[in-house]
Design a protein around this ligand. Sequence first.
Ligand SMILES: C[S@@+](CC[C@H](N)C(=O)[O-])C[C@H]1O[C@@H](n2cnc3c(N)ncnc32)[C@H](O)[C@@H]1O
Length: 273
Amino acid sequence: MIKLTDKEFKEMYTYVKTRYGINLESKRVLIEGRLNSTLQAKGCKTFSDYILLLRKDTTGEEITTFLNKITTNLTFFMREPKHFEYLKDKILPEQEKTNTRKIYRIWSAGCSLGAEAYTTLMTINDYFGVKKSLWRTPVLATDISQSVLTGAKEATYKADLLKDIPLNWRVKYFKPAANKKDEYQVVPAIRQDVEFKVLNLMDDFHFPYLFNLIFCRNVMIYFDQETRKQLVNKYYERLEPGGYLFIGHSETITRDATPFQFIQPAVYRKPSR
Ligand SMILES: C[S@@+](CC[C@H](N)C(=O)[O-])C[C@H]1O[C@@H](n2cnc3c(N)ncnc32)[C@H](O)[C@@H]1O
């Protein structure tokens, strides 16, 4: 097994922290464990050789492979269901009364394999029923990892990722995947509203519109306090007044560090004008 020297470890976590906001300072064993096969496959005898490879790579492929190895892409349908209940019980009834343009924009930031984006659209579809055709509900789903986005677009999942989906939703919103036993694909009527894009949350992102709802769940766990604070402020800027931010239930936003209103655990709101 190839080990990291202290110097290599420091160089690696500084590089990843600066470029991707991901804090690996306590992940030395994880890096060694998850990257050894990659080093061998690339013919690197030391981590220094590998760091050089990462720095020299201009295609973005090496860094993508690296990030895929060290970040956790765990996701599943109906994860943290309280958010979808809040959407159905509070947000959508309010939108029905007040949103005369009938456009509701959502961003799933750090979307992984897309289960969060698709669950949101299933919730919206189920709420509006036949009236859904009167609404536009575009979802932008972004992640740093190209490989999860390829899977997200294909929208085909093993049965265990669907275990929390109600049976009637499974029938309505999924079909058995062609040539794949025990796998299910999300139906086109749901998929058509999602646009997937590579986006590093550390970059200075801009969009030509504001969002009504931003999900950033189980992503900021990788970031340090200062990076989180900056990101939360960027989300604030990108939301419509009255818009919501959903974070993971194991995550927190320091109350005095943000202008967001705390609504309930993991639910924050930008005040209406
Ligand atoms: C644990 S998954 C969470 C997926 C989903 N939000 C959920 O809660 O089920 C975290 C995702 O964040 C992505 N991620 C980590 N750092 C990122 C960054 N700097 N920019 C964009 N995405 C990032 C990872 O690639 C991963 O897919």
